[in-house]
Design a protein around this ligand. Structure first.
Ligand SMILES: [Zn+2]
Length: 276
């Protein structure tokens, strides 16, 4: 009987100790759970942090976008082609006056480099530059052999609702002493009155930046009523004459492909200023 009692007492002890262990196990588990959940919350905090970081990064990006807008479409028209077209087209809607659809352009008198080659080379680099800043760029053509009429190229600007059409050219004169760069813009005529002011303003900014940054003579902004590519345009348009291919200094500079990155950067800089 006494032994039985001792046996029962031992059993009770075992049960109590056992359940005590279980309790401490439970507590241990609870602790673990608490720790786990606090890790999780730290993880959440981390996520929160990273969300904040992402937001601040986006904020940074959108602030940059405000300085250099990404919602602008620039149509670039490299003037002339290696082939040209023989046909004529009206210089303005309903006009009886006609002009060549696509003239062959000038040739460097000292370098022998054709204008269309220089225009295309610079145009593609301007495109690269603008795209690196988030601009949408549409080329009227990317192959010098491709000939499109001036009306066809103006329509590309209109169809894309371009913020600016940039026509890239180089000048020529019978007088070899004449040098420098200019920008041509539409005159204030019945076809272009709605784009006159804005085109002129963009033109001034682009030629001033170009001449100042390159140290080339600034021949200013010239209004033209006789250019087909202007009179058919419904969107702001400027034509830059990068220099005179009939002038030794200009030809040696403008026709040299080593200078095209610099020339393109300076043209792009002018465009950025237009949309600041
Ligand atoms: Zn030209």
């Amino acid at each position: 009987m006494k032994n039985k009692l001792i046996y029962i007492m031992i059993l009770i002890c075992i049960v109590v100790i056992g359940s005590g262990c279980n309790n401490s196990n439970l507590q241990e588990n609870n602790k673990k759970n608490i720790n786990q959940s606090s890790e999780d919350s730290k993880e959440h905090d981390k996520n929160k942090d990273s969300i904040v970081d992402d937001n601040s990064e986006n904020k940074g990006k959108s602030e940059k976008e405000e300085v250099v807008p990404t919602n602008k479409t620039i149509v670039i028209d490299p003037g002339h082609s290696s082939t040209g077209t023989s046909g004529q087209e009206p210089i303005a809607p309903e006009s009886s006056q006609t002009k060549l659809k696509d003239g062959l352009g000038a040739t460097g008198e000292y370098t022998g480099v054709p204008e269309h080659k220089t225009n295309m080379s610079v145009a593609l680099l301007v495109k690269e530059n603008l795209e690196s800043k988030g601009y949408n760029v549409v080329m009227t053509k990317s192959d010098v052999a491709e000939s499109k009429s001036n009306i066809e190229r103006a329509f590309i600007g209109n169809e894309n609702n371009a913020d600016l059409v940039l026509r890239i050219h180089a000048d020529s004169s019978e007088n070899n002493n004449i040098g420098g760069a200019s920008v041509h813009v539409p005159g204030n005529n019945k076809y272009t009155s709605s784009i006159y002011e804005i085109s002129k303003s963009y033109g001034e900014t682009i030629i001033n930046t170009y001449a100042q940054e390159l140290g080339i003579k600034n021949r200013g902004v010239i209004e033209r009523d006789d250019l087909t590519g202007f009179n058919w345009s419904k969107v702001p348009v400027v034509l830059i004459e990068m220099g005179f291919l009939s002038n030794k200094e200009d030809d040696m500079f403008v026709s040299n492909t080593e200078n095209h990155s610099k020339i393109a950067k300076v043209i792009a800089d002018g465009i950025y200023k237009c949309f600041e």
